[in-house]
Write a protein of this length. Sequence first.
Length: 576
Amino acid sequence: MLGRRDAERGIGDGQAPSLSLREKLHALQYLAWRLSLNNRTELERSEAVRRLGERVAALSRDEIDPAELLDHLIDRSGVVREPRLGRIDFVHRTFQEYLTAREAAEQGDVGFLTDRAHLDTWRETVVMAAGHAHAPDRNGLLTSLLDRADAEPGQARRLRLLAASCLETAGPLDRDVRDRIDGHMAALMPPRQLAEARSLAAVGAPILRYAPADLSELSEVAASAVVQVVALVGGDAALDLLERYTADSRYGVQQELSKASVYFTPDTYAERVLSSLHTFMEWAQINSSAECDAWRRVSPPPHFDYVQLSEVRDLGEALAGLTTVTRLWVSGPISDLSSLDGRSEHLEGLSIWSSAAFADTRPLTRLRRLNKLVLSGTGRLEDVDFLRSLPKLKELLLDQDTGDYTALLSLNKLRELRLFPPVPQRLLALLPQLPSLTHLSLLAGLPPGELRSVLDRLPQLTHLTLYGQNSGTVLDEMSGLPHLLDLDLSGETIDDLSGLRFLPQLERLRLDTPSSRDLAVLGELPRLSRLSLSLAMNGADLSVLRGRQLTIVCRSARERTRLRRELGPQARLQRD
């Protein structure tokens, strides 16, 4: 690149320092090496001049002025730059990693690379150094990585995967080195769960050597993880494998094959993979615009049970080619809903999260099969009269104000209602007149005493979510809910948990930010089977939970470790 860039621009050397291309490369290598050695990506100009002086001296080119050489490299190499006055860096991190790898390989410093191999910032450098190194150093580097993995169990997986990644750049290896890598990869591939897929895929094309040709002997989770690994690697060899995997009829595997469409050319993938996913087509669920684009090329198009599309600007364009959709989730600056007109025969669930105002809500009146509607936009709704045309509606979310909410009273089957701020009094007054309402989410604070006045008139509630009440005594306002089964107070700061004793039927409870550390009242909830706590409970006495037959939901590995330590190995813990 150093010489080609000037040649392509028709620029001669002029007064450039009289270094060969190889010598300039050595100079750049040394700059990259010094930066990487100190885990930096830029250095002061004065230091760059000093480092170049060291390198030209090592090249026995003392007549070269290092300051002039630096100026020349900045102006002409296209590799280094001066983004700010007096600061030097490489135009891209990859250049620094590549040149560092060349320098490391030439120095043959296997031990140095091995010591830093566990660091993410050195991963690509180690891989490229394996490609540049001579055979003895290459074998020595990979052997050293594997030896360190054997000696350090905490870093073993990372280092073994790194050694396998080196196969993509390294030349021939000694048989014993290759056999050791093969043995470790055979133990890691196939992965046991989806969470392991991305790290395996980071190995690159070499990992495909260890992918099974047939998934039938694997569990559905493991088989789906293999699909994800292969898809993330990409390329023709990966596509060949994915085409073979379409023979697996399990839904989870075929769903993962559908998701993989985002990594390949839509036409090719539709023809070779999607068209064979017959199990998935019976209950198709797609979660991205790229996946949707590939499915448009399948003929005849399947019926889609669920479609999720983000950053939608034109709803009609986004849904083109998707003839039948049962449940639709979209977000983006959506204002025109007219393209929903032709969806009345199939659409049963609709969630629209718009960052724009809706121009006209009348197209919603034709969707008489809807049982779930999420309507979130900006500004104020002209009215909600469209609700009168949705007799099957069971779930509704509204976050925009309007003048008249009486259309809600036509929803005799409405079971779940979620309200975002502002929640006007005229809307709250209607809630007791909804005969089927059992699930209520109030994601907005109400004036003191207002919450009790609402809940006292809704004794049939079984599920309640509160957020933003900012009342430490909010539990005192729930004594009129004898049938409550599920309570989510994840956004509340609770001063006193004793009010929970008035909810004896409670089965599920979520407490994220309680200021109280006294959990004794949980012992008075005999039906409690699921509890979500956060680390805000540090300092609380958790002994009341020991031996209970309930699942405790953890937010992080740190929480899980603490709860396991305090509650013992028998505790049933689950990540959120």
